[in-house]
Design a protein around this ligand. Sequence first.
Ligand code: HEM
Length: 262
Amino acid sequence: MSSYIIESNKKKSRLPARLDFAQSATGLLLGLFMWVHMMLVGSIILGKEMFYNVAKTMELAFLSPDGQGYPILVFFAAATISTLFITHALLGVRKFPISWKQHRIFRDQMQMMKHEDTNLWYVQVITGFIMFFAGSVHLYTMMSNPAGIGPYMSADRIVSGGMWPLYLVLLICVELHAIIGLYRLCLKWGWFTGKNPAQARKKLKAWKKRLSVFFLSIGILALLVFIVIGIKHRDNVGEKYVKKSQAAEQVEAAAGSAEETQ
Ligand code: HEM
């Protein structure tokens, strides 16, 4: 009987640790995904052709006979990320202050302690809450229209589809949330902390700042480039971008058929 009680207590006490581990693991995967995602989206800074090539490579266009790729892969990627995103959010909700009173007590303590890492936790709660809505809209768009990624189609969505305010809010939230999350993970699991924890914390903080500035700059610049393309393309919404080499072939073919008819 007593061994049964000890056994059941053991089981009970393991659950929070397992949930914590699952939250860390899903957070790590999402944080790393976001950095890769930002670099891929940021390719628009290098031009429309570059973004088109990146998007088509992600759709494995080099394997498809017509060179158009397999947009269904975007659907599967977005569905996988959505599953991680929802799991991570549900695990995070456990730690939210659940009433206004709890929230007030936490805010009062935060002001009293003035402890930077506690403030960072609060930033994560707020950004996580906003991302739950804004991120879901974006992921749903990617799943419902997986073939709609391209320099013109993305820019049209951002300008003519009115998505830019959502992307701006999402961008700020996701970058802050991801970098704070990865910083806290390093401290929690002792990654890159070395033998002197105080010095390591300082170094990690410096990296946190550098990486935030780097990814936020790429994100904001990419958004501005999309906005400029979208404004210029306002009168041709829906038109797809044609790769330079294909456009040249089309012009040649048109010139050839014009000569034939003369
Ligand atoms: C596999 C899943 C995802 C795919 C395929 C994807 C794809 C894209 C694409 C193509 C864009 C360019 C704009 C557009 O075409 O609408 C974009 C922008 C953006 N995405 Fe995602 N995304 C994914 C997941 C996420 C997640 C989980 C988040 C954050 C919660 C996110 C945050 C953003 C932000 C903030 C922008 C605007 C970035 C900027 O313009 O600088 N994305 N995404």
